[in-house]
Design a protein around this ligand. Structure first.
Ligand code: HEC
Length: 125
């Protein structure tokens, strides 16, 4: 009986820690988004029609996450590259934030968070 209780305790603790980590990751991602992206894509993520694409329901955003990383690393059209302006960790935080913001979470093809290591691998290519 004791053993079982311990088991539940660690399970609950584990869940709590995961949730806290995620929430913190998104809070930082939110700040980074506001400071680096919202000027064009707007705080709402909706962009400006015909100029800056909406990041809501975007296939690139709801894909595997690495597609967004490519856009951030290479830049795209009028969007500058962020490869020199941000760390891999910061890019991962922004990516994970926008994938969970504005209802995107419901449309994710794979609900796996991008890590700084994932980004570093892309940067080395
Ligand atoms: C100077 C304005 C500007 C800034 C700042 C900017 N973007 Fe963009 N972004 C654009 C434009 C313009 C496009 C479309 C480029 C094209 O397809 O020609 C775009 C495209 C994208 C796309 C692809 C969307 C799709 O479905 O095609 C993503 C994802 C994206 N931006 C994310 C970001 C993130 C995250 C940031 C902040 C780190 C950011 N952008 C900062 C202008 C900007």
């Amino acid at each position: 009986m004791r053993k079982k209780q311990n088991h539940f305790f660690y399970l609950a603790l584990g869940l709590l820690l995961t949730q806290t980590t995620l929430a913190e990751g998104w809070a930082e991602g939110f700040d980074l988004f506001m400071n680096n992206c919202s000027e064009c894509h707007q705080r709402s993520g909706r962009g400006i029609k015909g100029i800056y694409p909406s990041l809501i329901k975007s296939e690139i955003v709801t894909g595997n996450g690495l597609d967004i990383a490519q856009v951030l690393i290479i830049g795209r059209g009028e969007m500058p590259s962020f490869a020199d302006a941000m760390t891999a960790k910061e890019m991962a935080q922004i990516i994970n934030y926008i994938r969970h913001a504005w209802g995107n979470e419901k449309n994710l093809k794979t609900n796996v968070n991008v890590s700084a290591d994932n980004i570093l691998q892309l940067l080395q290519k």
